[in-house]
Structures are given as structure tokens and as C-alpha cells.
Write a protein that binds this ligand. Structure first.
Ligand code: S3P
Length: 439
């Protein structure tokens, strides 16, 4: 089958330096901010994946041009009021929750109804979480089954500021409301549970009227209406969520060594490093520096250390929210029983990931106990597979595919993994980089 992959052998010891692709969260935010900037914004190392390209196609529908040349992408912003709202517009966010939800925040001033659609996976996901607060600004929404795509948005011209309490720890909800607030008269107050803060950092870098107070368990954010945004030239750092697959492959491989260059290590994203270090992994951040408010570093990993189980504190959840599938593989090899809790948000992703995490582990013969929001994993440091495993029908969730590949290369067995194309959404270079480690 052309769109599946068969893996029959574990990876051999490797010692390499690699680069992974640009950060997806920052790439999508750069596209959206640039689309409302006054003038030409340029990015290097933009992630060229389906999620980001869907963003470029979305802004094109709103009259904003872009150009790809010599590895750089330029976006020709026309200012904060620069979108052209044609009649009967349909925008397709494809597989991307980040794109669909953030973009809605910018569309709350649309002059005509816009239809927002997505692929099969995105159409199962909850959009009420953003349309509820966005409707308080004055925009109107009609959703399928009250919470899903396709939805219709009709904006308003007299948008008013709101008070919003973000309780899920969702950066997508928080960012969508920040975008809405940038279009609305007055000061919007947001109390947000901790989540990735790339939107806030970009606002700060652009000197937009936003203030952020970091409290212990939440952030207080105030946003005022903005008049203009300057263009943003951005050299996008590598994505820790893509690096995560190679970090774990190294952690699980005896005596291998890996350096991953120029990775975004924003503290709101490094949960995986904190968790794996607690489990005994040897991971170091070297050559740390700052860039436009973000932190960047090389990540050095040495494999083969004895791994301990973890009772994972929920405070690490938001910083590792996209990495749990791959972290579960480390728990499968750790000495003892690991416990992960308060992870209901994991079942809200491209696929119900808590369930898929358990499914992959069970296929591997690992004992688990799973509820709606917890997973217990009985680790086995000697785990070595000698069986056939097929992974399919997982809503083409890119992270299910990549996690299965890393499991096959780490634990052996004969794996048939369907829907290889799923990696195109976030990390089209995944298999090519993997080949570099095998050379
Ligand atoms: C993202 C936020 C997270 C994350 C997603 C990207 C973002 O989603 O899972 O992959 O770029 O803001 P939630 O905000 O729903 O937690």
C-alpha cells in the first residue's frame, strides 16, 4: 500500500546532529499577524506544511497575497482593516485547529457571512469553545450540532470589549480572544490558565497595546483595540513538538547521541524535557539565547539511561500537551507504574489521543488502565516486541503516525502503519530526517 509504511527492524545506535522543521504554532501566528500588518513581512524557515499552507490559502481568500522565493516567504499585509470580505466566502482550515480557531478571532468584523470548514478530523472538534467568547464581542455564529464545523460567522462593525475567563488552558482559545480584542473598542480582560504564550510574545515584540501579568496558576491579560501593526521579519526556530519524536527515539536507544539545533524552548513548551528528565533521561539545553522574546537552544540527548516511572504532576500538562503520546512510550520502558492525570484535553486533539495512546501501548502488550482523563502505564525496562502490529483508522492524526514509527524503531516487532501522508500537516520532513539517523 503506497500510503503506509512497514517497519521490521529496530534502529541501530546513532550519533548525529540534526535540524527539524520550523515551529507550527509560531508559523501560523506569523502568517496571521503578517496578514494584518502594514506592509511586507518576511519569514525564513517557515514550516511548509499543510496546516501552514492552509493559513496562506485562507488569507489569500481574504485578499492578502504571499510569495515564496529562495526559501523565504513574504506576506503582503494591508493593515488591520485590510481584509477583503467578498460575498459567499468559504474558508477551509483543513486539519488545523490552531488556524481555524485563531482566524475566527480576526474575522469578527466580517461584512458578509463566511463559512468555515475543515477536514473530517477538524469537523469533529469543538469550536464552541471559541465561538462562545467571540460572540460576546458582537459577532454571530451558526455551528453544526451547536459546536462543530462547518460553521458560519457574520461579523459586526460595532465590536465591544469583553471579560473572558479561559479555564481549559487552551492557547487557541486565549489567542482567538486576543485577536478579537485587537478589533474591539475598549479594554478586554482575559484571565487564562497557563498555556503557550507565543501570541502574547508576538504582541509584545510588535509593541501592541497588551499587558500581561503572570500569576502562579494563570495569567491576567489586558488587550486594547489596535490601530496598526508593523511588518514582521521572523526567522522561525525549530519546533520542539517535532524534535520530541527524535528526543524520545534517542532516549530509548542504547548509547545513541543526538543534537537538535535551534529549537524553540519557550518555557510554556518544554514540558516534555521536564518530564523526561524526571524519568531519568539525559537531556541538556546548550547555547541558549533569546529571539524576539522567544527562547532558543540546541537540545543534546544521550540514550540508554535507566528510566524511572513518573506520577506526572498536572502542572506539566499544558507545556507537554502535544507530546503525551510520545512520552507514553518512555513510560512503557520505565521501571514501575507511571500515572498521568487531568488529561481530558488530550481527547480533544486531531484524534482522541488519550485513547490512541492506550491503544498503541496495548498493541505493544503494555498493561494500562485508562479513564476519560487518566492513564496508568505499567512499564517494562526489558520490553522487546516480536509480533505484528497494525495501526490504522486513527483520523490521520500526524502524531499517532509518528509515535507509532518511533515505537517500531525502539521496541521492534513488525509494524504496518497506515496513512503516512498524515505527516504533511505538521512535519513533512519527518521520514527524511529519520533516514539521516540510519545512515
Ligand atoms: C496550539 C495550542 C494547543 C496545541 C496545538 C497548538 C497553538 O491546543 O495542542 O497543537 O498553537 O495555540 P489547545 O489550545 O487546544 O490546547
Amino acid at each position: 500500500m503506497p500510503n503506509s509504511i512497514i517497519i521490521k527492524n529496530k534502529i541501530k545506535k546513532f550519533e548525529k546532529k540534526i535540524n527539524v522543521s520550523g515551529d507550527k504554532s509560531i508559523s501560523i501566528r506569523w502568517v496571521l499577524f503578517s496578514s494584518i500588518a502594514n506592509g511586507i513581512s518576511k519569514a525564513k524557515n517557515l514550516l511548509i506544511s499543510q496546516d501552514v499552507l492552509a493559513g496562506i490559502r485562507a488569507i489569500k481568500k481574504l485578499g492578502i497575497k504571499s510569495r515564496f522565493k529562495d526559501g523565504k516567504v513574504s506576506i503582503y499585509g494591508k493593515g488591520i482593516e485590510g481584509y477583503k470580505y467578498k460575498k459567499n466566502l468559504t474558508i477551509n482550515a483543513e486539519n488545523s485547529g490552531t488556524l481555524g480557531r485563531l482566524l475566527l478571532g480576526l474575522l469578527i468584523n466580517s461584512k458578509h457571512p463566511i463559512k468555515l470548514i475543515g477536514d473530517k478530523s477538524l469537523s469533529k472538534r469543538d469550536f464552541k469553545r471559541v465561538t462562545d467568547p467571540l460572540s460576546k464581542f458582537g459577532a454571530n455564529f451558526k455551528l453544526t450540532k451547536n459546536k462543530n464545523l462547518p460553521l458560519k460567522i457574520k461579523g459586526a462593525s460595532n465590536l465591544r470589549c469583553i471579560k473572558y475567563n479561559e479555564k481549559k488552558g487552551s492557547a487557541q482559545c486565549k489567542s482567538s480572544v486576543i485577536f478579537g480584542a485587537m478589533r474591539s473598542v475598549g479594554t478586554t480582560y482575559i484571565k487564562a490558565r497557563k498555556s503557550r504564550d507565543h501570541t502574547e510574545l508576538l504582541c509584545r515584540y510588535l509593541k501592541l497595546p497588551i499587558t500581561i501579568k503572570k500569576k502562579r496558576n494563570y495569567d491576567e491579560i489586558k488587550v486594547n483595540k489596535i490601530r496598526s501593526i508593523k511588518p514582521i521579519n521572523y526567522n522561525i526556530p525549530s519546533d520542539i513538538s517535532s524534535a520530541a519524536f527524535f528526543i524520545v527515539l534517542t532516549v530509548l536507544s542504547n548509547n545513541s547521541k543526538l543534537t537538535i539545533k535551534n529549537v524553540n524552548v519557550n518555557p510554556s513548551r518544554t514540558g516534555i524535557i521536564t518530564i523526561l528528565k524526571r524519568m531519568g533521561a539525559n537531556i541538556k539545553l546548550e547555547n541558549q539565547r533569546s529571539y524576539k522574546g522567544e527562547k532558543i537552544s540546541d537540545i543534546k540527548v544521550k540514550g540508554g539511561k535507566t528510566l524511572k516511572s513518573i506520577n506526572c504532576p498536572s502542572k506539566f500538562n499544558s507545556g507537554a500537551i502535544d507530546e503525551f503520546l510520545i512520552i507514553f512510550l518512555v513510560a512503557a520502558k520505565a521501571n514501575g507504574v507511571s500515572y498521568f492525570k487531568n488529561l481530558d484535553e488530550l481527547n480533544q486533539k486531531e484524534s482522541p489521543r488519550l485513547k490512541w495512546g492506550e491503544y498503541i501501548l496495548n498493541q505493544m502488550g503494555v498493561k494500562t488502565v485508562c479513564t476519560n482523563d487518566t492513564l496508568k502505564i505499567h512499564g517494562n525496562p526489558e520490553l522487546d516486541l516480536n509480533k505484528k502490529i497494525t495501526i490504522k483508522n486513527y483520523l490521520k492524526d500526524h502524531r499517532v503516525f509518528m509515535t507509532s514509527v518511533i515505537a517500531a524503531l525502539s521496541f521492534g516487532g513488525e509494524w504496518f502503519i497506515h496513512d503516512k501522508d498524515s505527516i504533511k500537516t505538521s512535519f513533512p520532513d519527518f521520514l527524511r530526517i529519520l533516514k539521516q539517523l540510519k545512515k
